[in-house]
Design a protein around this ligand. Sequence first.
Ligand code: COD
Ligand code: ATP
Length: 190
Amino acid sequence: MKVIGITGGVGSGKSRVLEILEREYGAQVIQADLVARELMEPGGAGYEKLVALYGDRILATDKTIDRPRMAALMFHDDEMLQTVNGIIHPLVWASIRRQIEGSDSELVVVEAALPDENHRDIYTELWYVYTSEENRMARLLEGRGYSREKTRSVMDSQLPEEEFRRMADAVVDNNGSLEDTGRQIALLLK
Ligand SMILES: CC(C)(COP(=O)(O)OP(=O)(O)OC[C@H]1O[C@@H](n2cnc3c(N)ncnc32)[C@H](O)[C@@H]1O)[C@@H](O)C(=O)NCCC(=O)NCCS
Ligand SMILES: Nc1ncnc2c1ncn2[C@@H]1O[C@H](COP(=O)(O)OP(=O)(O)OP(=O)(O)O)[C@@H](O)[C@H]1O
């Protein structure tokens, strides 16, 4: 089994790269963001811990976690960011490891915006999806309706580009068309 990690900053195109790997190469896809989301639903292992710490400040009226509100708090408060990461990330990595162990797929792809040196052993290879900040900003404003301010605060909460490059085994440049990105992926998988 080959396990490829896909990392990169917010809006760099990780999900698009995942789609190509799933559609054209039959990869099984695991997304850390989605794993975290499930853990934070009522009944999930992370929900009680976060609610015990932050209470109504992060809850919607139906008692689910109010994600836009939590983003507005967390991406502007480094202490909260570190605390949430400390609660959620160990649970996310444990879940990802279990899913890989239980998989019989030849190719598994793990999308993680936040690569962690301590979990590098999960991947056979780690790819960094590189897109300039200007292009990411433009794509997120247009494609996802993010505000400039939200995008900036998430970017500032993530690793700097040099760190991503240092950890990665390969770089996929997604500044051009998706066809171009697809060609780079084909070469990397040769
Ligand atoms: C704050 C939350 C509720 C905001 O949810 P929302 O639906 O608005 O955004 P979404 O989850 O799509 O994330 C938006 C962008 O921020 C990035 N991001 C999310 N969490 C983090 C974090 N802890 N540090 C840096 N970037 C992050 C995502 O990769 C994505 O690029 C959510 O991001 C969250 O619960 N984060 C903490 C859990 C976490 O670290 N998840 C990331 C993968 S493990
Ligand atoms: N090569 C490309 N050309 C044009 N638009 C693109 C390209 N790649 C991605 N996009 C668009 O940019 C936006 C961000 O891409 P995507 O959702 O794949 O990023 P991501 O890295 O998965 O984001 P996140 O970190 O939030 O999970 C989307 O609207 C997507 O359609």
